[in-house]
Design a protein around this ligand. Sequence first.
Ligand code: ADP
Ligand code: MG
Length: 696
Amino acid sequence: MSKVPEMFGSMVFNDRKMQERLPKSTYKALKKTVQDGEPIDLSVANVVANAMKDWAIELGCTHYTHWFQPMTGVTAEKHDSFIQPNGDGVIMEFSGKELIKGEPDASSFPSGGIRATFEARGYTTWDPTSPAFVRDGTLYIPTAFCSYTGEVLDKKTPLLRSMERISNEAVKLLHLIGRTDITRVVTTVGPEQEYFLIDREMYNRREDLKLTGRTLFGAKAPKGQELDDHYFGSIKTRVAAFMRELDEELWKLGVLAKTKHNEVAPSQHELAPIFSTSNIATDHNELTMEIMKKIAEKHGLVCLLHEKPFAGVNGSGKHNNWSLSANTGENLLKPGKHPETNLQFQLFLAAVVKAVHEYQDLLRITVASAGNDHRLGAHEAPPAIISMYLGDDLGALVDAIIEGVDYVSPGKLKVETGVDVLPDFRKDTSDRNRTSPFAFTGNKFEFRALGSSLNIACPNYMLNTMVAEELSQFSEELEGAEDMDSAVKALVKRVFTEHKDIIFNGDNYAEEWVEEAKRRGLLNLKSLPDAFAHFMDKKNVDLFVKHNICTAAEFRARYEIEMETYCKQLNIEALTMIDMAKKNITPAVTAFVRELTETALAKKALSAAIPTSVEEELIMSLSNKLVCFVKKTSELEEAVIKASEYSADGLEYARYFRNTVFAIMQELRAVGDSMETETAADFWPYPSYSELLFGV
Ligand code: ADP
Ligand code: MG
């Protein structure tokens, strides 16, 4: 299997294999389910299950698993073997019922209090729109996860529902404007994944990385990312070997891994796939993250997906490229040659602009996490203020529409390279604005505020639902219009006028933008607790309930789960710091000071003429810092104990962690890092930033 086309999808029960292995009628029925969202029949499922099993066994499988995405933030699986007793022996069987429905014990998955432990039953149901695949001798079946009483307990179900909703609303609107040829619209996503690779041996010596995914102590290395020499730099042999194997594993699983390069920070890299339908892109991104970790292990590396593993250099994010594609194959967010007369495009653009303006809080909420708090609002890409970048071209179009004047397109300009052997080429009409959290990039929007470890289902179901809502409002307004053209024009003009404040084409990092955004009434939600204060706002709950994405109780459950996770993560970080401080750092500094003291005393004993000022200064400095360090450690301990006695509501509790616990952690770290710079490397208990960041 040396050839990529043969390798690609070889571990996936994809369309081609279904065609080969299923009777025509079964294949057709399954296709109908996948394409038109029709429910599946048990007799069809039986045939599909059997064919899947035979195929999986040929690939060496003994087990199958319903693979799902509970609210934990990682995927879950429980493996069952195919064996069925038969006389003295066994046969390998897999029924349609087993394919359609699984029943993992759900009691330990977070439910946000919507379900008591005695009602722990949970069901997984096959998602036939995402193909099954084989990994490590097991047949993986992508599924959705709900409770016995039907409550949604996962991230996949809301995503699937939101895809239905946006399709229905988009089709309705398109029909109103005469596009009756379109019968289904899908959302497409291409997530660009950033990650760090570090040496496993170094990693194993860092308690903080092992327990929390990020370094809680660590003085800056003499070199960081200031030379920009890592970005797009040539890829080191060991990393290249990892990337090669990763690509191959992903291709076998049908993941369209396309682009790989070094990122800004030392040891940081990126992988981007070619986009696919949202739910498949979600499954594939989850798979990509899992496989990255596994393959790193084989190369003596560790893949860090935390949003901020290292202070002082960039953290990792994930760009969520999002668009709408009709069953006719056309991209609904493509402006075409003449966006000024393309009313269909204008309508969809207006819907996204209005959605992002009205639900900026939800977009901020959906990317909020303890890890991402280190990036958003902390002077790192992008800022916590949600705004949109349309580029000069579309920006001018929106202005022209608002002012009711003619729009003149600058057209595509030719870039002359000035070297005869190099071809001249046409320039994109919109340049990139890398500082914008939500940028139009030619025929899609790029939502850039996601953290690297986030399950992309969440931002995507939020995005789909809020845009579905705007499309439904547009349809309501346009229904029964006598002159559709002028009604659409009037609507688009009004929407752009009312929502132009969300559009910002300038530098999002500039201080002036913070002020300007405030004047425009845009939100600046710097941390998770700030953002979550808006989670349960009536307009947000109403949105999800109205579109049947989840009930108010389920929505609240999500709020509770995320907030609890945030507090637990900060709690673990604080406890880890205390552990490191007491068991390793304080003893290490003490030992070094003793060594210095012994040296100074020995020198003095030898001869009073030998200078001991260096030792004495260091002893003085480190001893003073150590006093402060131990005091801060106790302060942190007390703050954590106080947290366990906290009885306030979730939001207050989260704020306490952010404002009190986290603040002390920062202070403790500052003293610790300062001691690291004065302590001999032999004595310091942890690998340094130089070793971690430049060790591969
Ligand atoms: P960059 O952000 O570096 O400019 P690209 O423009 O190459 O990267 O694309 C980034 C991602 O956007 C890729 O994963 C690509 O497949 C995806 N993408 C391209 N077109 C669409 C689309 N219509 N819908 C969703 N994602 C898309
Ligand atoms: Mg990008």
